[in-house]
Design a protein around this ligand. Sequence first.
Ligand code: ADP
Length: 461
Amino acid sequence: MTPLQRASLSTRRLWMALLLAAAVILGAHTALTIAVSGQAAPEVIAIDTAFAVVLLGVAGWFLGRLRRERQRAAVESLLLDLLSTPRNIRDTATEALRLIDEHRLGEAAAVAIAGEEDGAMRPLAATGYPRGWLETAPAARVETVARETEWKRAKVPHPWVEPVAGRLGGRPWVADIPLRSGSDPIGLLLVASRRPTLLEHRGLRELLAERLGAAFDHAALYEAAYRRERDLEDQEVRRREFIASISHEIRTPLTSIQAFAELLQLDQGALDDTARDLVASLSGGVERLSALVNDLIELGRTSDVPLEPHRRDVDVAHLLREAEATVRPAMMLRGQSFVLDLPIPELHAFVDPRMLEQAVLNLLSNAARYTPAGGAITIQAYPWGEGNVRIEVSDSGPGIAPEERERIFEPYYRVKATERAVPGSGLGLAVARRLVEACGGKIWAEEAATGGARFCIEVHA
Ligand code: ADP
């Protein structure tokens, strides 16, 4: 027995019990009066009867309400599952029809939902209809959905009742239940039956309309979220492919630049001291660029590949000077001032030097790119806390809004305000964080005293 039938049956039993009790009390009172007075006084019988009628009227009204309340609670619990399980729109419609079938709310039912583009409402699930009806069912305009739920004998021809009218005795009872998202109509549930069902109660129909509307709202959100997730996955795959292919493209010319620099270095006589320094700087830069490209290829393949740091005691001042030599030409070209501030010249850290240098270079190259021409860039390093070293890269550029300071370390994330002015991939900081963390350190962004950005790296000494 379904919960709905159980709710009706228990109120019916209560009804019977009440009728029986009223008859017994009335009979006993009349019998007692006759026994005491020795005759059946008509006025006593009249008063008893009037009393019984009023009593039964009140009880009937009360029981009617109780019955509806119980049925409502039963429908509510049935619909709860529909709301609590995430489903797409089609599955929600099928599940709603299964409930209608199982709880005998109707003999045939159809759910129609308005399409996003044309607003035409097409039945997308049906039960009790001839096979193949869904494919040929006519569409209706969503504007034609009534505001209120309705319960009436079908007006034939009704395009969605006609196919089942013959089986349901010509003019079946029909419940028209509009489905809404907020106040906007989104579809219709139509239930047809040979005889009246519980859906003749308006309260029940309204409950069904409200809960089904909410279930379809959930389903639409679920589908949108699912679509978005798939789009993001596609985008991610395309991005990775792009990064992988562009990185391979860059590697080829880099290899030849590296080879020419080595050739020049070998031909000692051809270069004076300044030229030799410049070629050494060029060679070092190309080497680091190759390392970055390798990182990119690795990151494009999978961001889960663990890095293998080779940590050792590293002279931080020396490392920073090397980094300075690499980026100074770019800063000079942009008329930016660059200060390397080492209050304590002897500074050591226990890190992988290649990784730390790459991370610092990424920060310096960002400082140079995001700071306008003529701006100021500073790099500072000093001992911090118990056995740590801090390296800070500050600039006088636009700075980074507090809510963006964590997100900029996500791969491919770029701040909207600056992404047009400065081209980039959104990978530099993600790579820097990976490298610093692989060395056992941490990296974060804050605001510089000048209002620009300050990036801090903290590693073990
Ligand atoms: P890219 O610079 O290629 O976009 P990054 O990962 O290096 O990628 O940086 C992520 C984002 O962080 C940048 O798009 C930029 O918006 C912001 N950013 C990084 N460094 C700075 C800086 N020094 N000043 C202002 N914004 C910065």
